[in-house]
Design a protein. Structure first.
Length: 81
């Protein structure tokens, strides 16, 4: 499960994005691109180590690997979230 400390590190690195837990108890995390509004969701088995490695690579490469490596989350119309 991804810790809140890791989420805070993401928010510090990408202050224009949103990063938060999807639903309590499920362990998935959302990242939402602050410019496009596109959301990406973590794999269910994402670990803190994998998350922080992706964040480190994103910072080093001056890009956001989460947008590429996580699947886009598409809201289904008519579905209650």
């Amino acid at each position: 499960m991804i810790s809140y400390e890791s989420i805070k590190q993401y928010r510090k690195a990408f202050p224009n994005d949103r990063c938060a837990y999807h639903e309590p108890g499920y362990g998935e995390v959302f990242v939402t691109n602050g410019e496009t509004g596109t959301s990406y969701i973590s794999p269910v088995n994402e670990t803190d180590d994998a998350f922080l490695d992706r964040l480190r690579r994103s910072i080093e490469q001056n890009t956001n690997s989460f947008y590429v490596e996580w699947r886009p989350f598409v809201y289904i119309q008519g579905c209650l979230y």
